[in-house]
Design a protein around this ligand. Sequence first.
Ligand code: FHF
Ligand code: ZN
Length: 186
Amino acid sequence: MITMKDIVLEGHPALRKRAEKLTFPLSPEHQELAKEMLEFLHNSQNPEIAEKYGLRAGVGLAAPQLGKSIQMIALLVPGFEEEEAILDEVWINPRIMRESVKKACLKDGEGCLSVNREVPGIVLRPERITVKYQDVNGDEFVRTLNDYEAIVVQHEIDHLNGVMFYDHINQTQPMYIPKGAVVIGE
Ligand code: FHF
Ligand code: ZN
């Protein structure tokens, strides 16, 4: 099982590379990796398992965070209260086809499993995106996401392009939220 010791931290070259596109059928190793990445997110959001293994709760994980420079991301965005998960899947070769001009951000900024420090600042991102991706079988999908889900998916796709969340923070005014931006979590 994947634990925190498998997750590479800032300074690891995989976090600054452009990840390789995957071809189908996936190798047995890549199929197993997809399952393990999603399992990590489930474990990390389960209080008992997270406590036992010292896991930090995550809603997304990108293969470069495991030192593997390939285009695979896992997503586990929980629904509100007892609702089922909004996203519980692995996406391969994701491409952002369309993004809104309107921006959104998380009220308290973002964090990252590969960053063991608090980085204050607002991460402004397109509020709505349309993404084309493949599932583990190689089937193609197009999905439009907004608000929180859109932010999570953009954070993960950034990892496939060597981009860290703090690259988006305004250096002169880190807390500035432009008029018209959707602030999530307030
Ligand atoms: C997280 N954790 O998942 C953050 C980090 C906005 O590339 O958001 O580094 F587990 C992936 C409900 C609400 C349940 C929040 C994307 C953040 C992606 C992982 N946790 C949560 C939850 C969380 C990163 N990452 C702070 C670890
Ligand atoms: Zn991250």
